[in-house]
Design a protein around this ligand. Structure first.
Ligand code: AMP
Length: 384
């Protein structure tokens, strides 16, 4: 089936056309500056024409498609709340349900809905499917998703841990199980998805048991520009010092993480700077790898002994240096890195631990678009 995969952000629209039988990418692209009719182009004094809205962005996608015939559309939707534990075929009721979740993901869900409505208006006959970033984590037990705060906050505001990156964690855990030659339902392991956003998931019998992102994608690991875990009293303190909620939000989501520690949110640059002996970059790597190693230890306990540790996403797949820094902190678990295997670059699943390692360490490339395309194709085929 030829599936158009849409990742619709507030000011951008990423798309890919996948042929799910051939496993091929037929087309991909990114439309930026949506809703900014005329904006200054970065790094130049010129003014560039933006795209007025998501409908206009879709016209550009349509033009790019040329002769390619689309049979279904799959959307990445960030927040599925407590309702959605699986991908679903879209109808009006589902679209409204996603809209009702807007308060939980104010930057993302409204943009996703704009994308869904734009497609429905342009191609009303095309089946559309949504795949939720939170869905895989619906299996978390209550002791993992409850915060120790008054229940009223959960009942009235839905404040609980949801977890994100679920599509990637599920896809990678299945790929890892296949690599290890076991059924995906038997997989007990820990997946570290390390990209600009980063999260780690404890997987027990193929299901998500715990994950580091919580109510929002801010909790957990140190990320490119996000702080990850911190003492919540810091927010209260800043509020009393006169910082507004918007300023605190910007500080923690856009100005923290690697950027705050090393002055750069790109892991490549941070590794290079540390290689030149720059202390801020060395500290950034130490803080980031230490935080991750602590989570790996915790999740090893959570799953009662992981059978595999898996690295994925931009940093996890590409940064041998960062993987080595993390694994060096795991000697207490009997984990031993194969230095030669670790530096081999490849686009396929591979083992990077030695034969003596108590737990195998893998690198498994993620492919969220493929996962969304396959989920879409199978739902549409089942409904046909
Ligand atoms: P993602 O969000 O999955 O695209 O990952 C983005 C992150 O991956 C950025 O921090 C990049 O610096 C990092 N990354 C990509 N390639 C490399 C590489 N070769 N070495 C280190 N980090 C990399």
């Amino acid at each position: 089936m030829q599936v158009l995969v849409i990742n619709s952000g507030s000011s951008s629209l990423k798309y890919q056309v996948r042929d799910t039988e051939a496993g091929a990418v037929l087309l991909e692209g990114l439309i930026e500056r949506i809703g900014q009719a005329e904006t200054a182009l970065p790094d130049s004094g010129q003014r560039g024409a933006g795209v007025p809205d998501h409908a206009a962005a879709l016209e550009l996608v349509s033009a790019a498609l040329g002769e390619i015939r689309i049979e279904a559309v799959g959307h990445r939707v960030v927040h599925g709340g407590e309702r959605f534990s699986e991908p679903v075929l879209i109808d009006n009721e589902i679209t409204r349900a996603i809209e009702r979740l807007n308060p939980l993901a104010p930057l993302h869900n409204p943009a996703n809905v704009l994308g869904i409505r734009a497609i429905a208006a342009k191609w009303p006959e095309l089946p559309q499917v949504v795949v939720f970033d939170t869905a895989f984590h619906r299996s978390l037990p209550e002791y993992a998703w409850r915060y120790a705060i008054p229940e009223e906050l959960y009942q009235r505001h839905g404040i609980r841990r949801y977890g994100f990156h679920g599509t990637s964690h599920e896809f990678v855990s299945r790929q890892a199980a296949e690599f290890l030659g076991i059924p995906s339902g038997d997989f007990d392991g820990v997946i570290a998805h390390l990209g600009n956003g980063a999260s780690i998931t404890a997987i027990k019998a193929g299901r998500s048991l715990d994950t580091s992102m919580g109510f929002t994608p801010l909790e957990g690991l140190v990320m490119g520009t996000r702080s990850g875990d911190l003492d919540p009293s810091i927010l209260v303190f800043l509020g009393r010092e006169g910082y507004s909620p918007e300023q605190i939000d910007t500080l923690l989501n856009r100005e923290s993480g690697l950027l705050a520690l090393a002055g750069n949110n790109d892991m490549r640059s941070v590794v290079e700077a540390a290689g030149r002996g720059e202390r801020a970059a060395e500290l950034a790597l130490a803080v980031t790898s230490y935080r991750l190693a602590k989570y790996i230890g915790a999740y090893h306990v959570a799953v009662e002994g992981m059978k595999a540790l898996v690295f994925t996403a931009g940093i996890g797949e590409n940064s041998a240096e960062f993987r080595a820094l993390v694994v060096d902190r795991l000697t207490a678990l009997g984990i031993e890195l194969d230095q030669a295997a670790n530096v081999i670059r490849a686009k396929t699943a591979r083992l990077i631990s030695t034969e003596h390692s108590a737990i195998p360490v893998l690198v498994v490339p993620t492919d969220e678009e493929r996962a969304i395309a396959e989920a879409t194709a199978s739902l549409v085929a089942a409904g046909a």
